[in-house]
Ligand binder design. Structure first.
Ligand code: PRX
Length: 635
């Protein structure tokens, strides 16, 4: 039996027990047998969760791109590493072999070096889902530069905040992007962002939509001519196991986004291991994850995890709705996809459309279906299972986070029996704990509480860029000696986990984490707004939608409310991005507050969800009278 590839439930339990009994030996065997190291580690694990300091494979030396590309050239050089499926179905798909990927990454890496990027420098990547994005990520890793990919749907302000926070010296972008029938002026967004980013010395621009863009003299350069001139081979920079590989920003419950820092060796080992097991990938399979590489799902399960296994991974540029609602299934048929990984919000949107969009395609290549990003409701699960999987493909409901780097709780397909809405069992090496509000661990089954992890795993984020104290406060202070996820969960009578949702001020809209604070900060920028509070309410497709309660200044009261609503959403779009727009905006005279001045979001949530039967005791509020008024005027 190999630790690396779990093939049935009995093996899972054996491997799991071993991983808990002796985590160091467990991970050491996996690391030893499945990766290329330039120097072996001195110690598998060193940690102190009170600081918190965590180090895996300390002393080891490696380059992750050597593991993701070079070593496959001998055994699978002509195998396709990446299939690029363009937005327009009439444009030809591109198949990039491992050999070609090697050359493209090396050329790009040499360009970065020629432009003055050095090991440890931060490079911001703001690119659409085109091959250059994956190549750019790997090129940074090749030379030891730390990539910070910003999802190319974020606004210029959000981009600027992220560029400045980690002091990027270079931005990689494109002249624009395709999204269905629309084009987006990415370079224009970068130009606007860079007005407030003094540290950026250069911008390299990939050509995608052939638009007429402004190039700033001395700062901006077209990428392709530089690639054409660059040397086709690049010796990988040898990195320490704990050197940062990338920074990826995630929303928090307070204002500033958190730059989660992931390190090299542990991240590589864990994403590769989980990819292999959760998707049961076999050599000739074609795997497709529909996420954007701008999110952690894309980092771990489009780029690093699949490539570390020598897999064929699909990158799709477009949207599920173009040219029609059948596009995903057309792609599944076209490329004979074996593993398909998407988000519940996409499934819900697709499930609302006519089944003809599904039925005209041959989906018989599918073996495993996955979901990630938010709880999947039972109806969506059944639709996915019946119509896409033909009741034949296990669904892996994978729970994890930007911070965890890789999948933490998930069925292992063809081994773990699945139940709709349950992420089921922790993967080997993961030790979850459910905690009550007093900080006690809830032992045994049939309990629900706050979800923590009580032992380190290799791909956990090591810090928040530039703010270790915030890392400690956010994740390691609520429950001593444990990593707190911010999620609630229950454990059923058989030990299966079901994730019940966030227990903090993060709201997941269409699978995107949105902190309430940055949105409220944006709204409060409007000159007519005095104060605001955002809550989530259930939405058929998005999972949650946003409901804003806004108190206007006197000057705002006399204004047309519909115009104000538009202006508020415009400000949110500029500051955070269009995903954070509010579905409903209620203007109100007051917000319910505790005597210490904290907004009682629990009450606002219930009103927004039209669930006012049990609002709890409101008499202790500072201003109980506003509750009735808000209820009377609820939208
Ligand atoms: O609340 C959980 C939810 O998404 C959060 C993490 O979001 P993010 O860092 O953006 O990463 C998303 C992709 C890994 C979690 O704290 N979440 C993620 N997967 C699931 C989930 N909730 C329920 N079930 C899931 N399978």
């Amino acid at each position: 039996m190999s630790n690396y590839h779990v093939k049935n439930l009995e093996e899972y339990f054996q491997v799991y027990r071993k991983s808990v009994r002796d985590p160091e030996t467990f991970w050491e065997e996996i690391a030893e047998e499945n990766f290329v190291w330039r120097k072996r580690w001195d110690k598998v694990l060193e940690y102190d969760l009170s600081k918190p300091e965590i180090s895996w494979f300390q002393g080891a030396k490696l380059n992750i791109t050597e593991n993701c590309i070079d070593r496959h050239i001998y055994s699978r050089g002509d195998k396709t590493a990446i299939i690029f499926e363009p937005n327009d179905p009439n444009e030809e798909a591109e198949h990039i072999t491992y050999k070609q990927l090697h050359e493209r990454v090396c050329r790009f890496a040499n360009v970065l070096k020629d432009q003055g990027v050095e090991k440890g420098d931060r490079v911001c990547i703001y690119l659409p889902m085109i091959p250059e994005l994956a190549v750019a990520v790997l090129a940074c890793a090749r030379i030891g530069a730390i990539h910070s990919v910003v999802f190319a749907g974020f606004s210029s302000k959000a981009l600027a905040t992220r560029i400045n926070d980690c002091e990027c010296k270079m931005v990689l972008t494109s002249d624009g992007s395709y999204r269905g029938t629309k084009t987006i002026d990415l370079k224009g967004i970068v130009d606007e962002a860079l007005e407030s980013c003094e540290g950026v010395e250069s911008v390299l621009v990939a050509k995608r939509i052939n638009s007429d863009i402004q190039m700033k003299e001395g700062r901006d350069k077209w990428l392709q001519p530089l690639l054409d001139e660059a040397y086709h081979d690049c010796v990988p920079e040898i990195m320490d196991a704990e050197d940062p590989l990338f920074i990826l920003y995630t929303s928090g419950s307070t204002g500033k986004p958190k730059g989660m820092v992931h390190s090299t060796a542990g991240y590589m080992v864990y994403t590769a291991y989980t990819f292999k097991n959760v998707f049961q990938y076999r050599e000739d399979d074609v795997y497709w994850c529909t996420a954007d590489i701008g999110w952690i799902t894309g980092h771990s399960y489009i780029v690093y995890g699949p490539l570390a296994n020598g897999a064929t991974t699909v990158m799709y540029e477009g949207v599920p709705t173009y040219p029609d609602w059948g596009r995903f299934w057309q792609i599944v048929e076209k490329h004979n996809i074996n593993q398909f990984y998407t988000a519940p919000t996409a499934i819900r949107a697709l499930a609302k459309e006519n089944l003809d969009f599904v039925e005209q395609y041959d989906l018989s290549s599918l073996k495993v279906l996955g979901t990630v990003g938010e709880p999947i409701n039972e109806e969506a699960w059944h639709w996915y299972n019946d119509n896409i999987g033909n009741k034949n493909c296990p669904i892996v409901d994978t729970w994890w986070q930007t911070e965890t780097g890789g999948i933490m709780i998930s069925p292992i397909p063809y081994s773990t029996p699945t139940i709709p809405t349950y992420a089921t069992l922790p993967l080997p090496g993961i030790q979850p704990a459910l905690m009550d509000e007093n900080g006690n661990e809830l032992k045994g089954n049939l309990v629900s509480g706050r979800l923590c992890v009580k032992f380190p795993w290799p791909s956990m984020a090591r810090t928040i860029w530039g703010n270790h104290q915030r890392y400690k406060d956010t994740y390691f202070s609520a429950f001593e000696g444990k990593y707190f996820t911010g999620d609630g969960a229950l454990r059923d009578s058989t030990g299966y986990y079901r994730i019940t949702g966030r227990v903090d001020d993060v709201i997941i809209v269409s699978g995107h984490n949105l902190g309430t604070a940055p949105i409220e900060d944006a709204i409060n920028e409007h000159p007519a707004v005095a104060e605001s509070a955002i809550v989530g309410f259930p939405h058929e497709v998005k999972g949650n939608a946003l409901y804003g309660y806004v108190i206007l200044k006197e000057t705002g009261e006399s204004r047309n409310h519909d115009n104000l609503r538009k202006e508020i959403n415009q400000i949110i779009t500029e500051h955070v991005g269009p995903i954070a727009k509010l579905d409903k905006i209620q203007f109100t005279q007051g917000l319910p507050k505790t005597r210490s001045g904290k907004i009682m979001r629990r009450i606002l949530r219930k009103i927004a969800s039209k669930d006012t039967s049990n609002l709890g005791d409101t008499s202790t509020l500072l201003n109980p009278e506003v509750v009735q008024d808000i209820m009377d005027n609820a939208l």
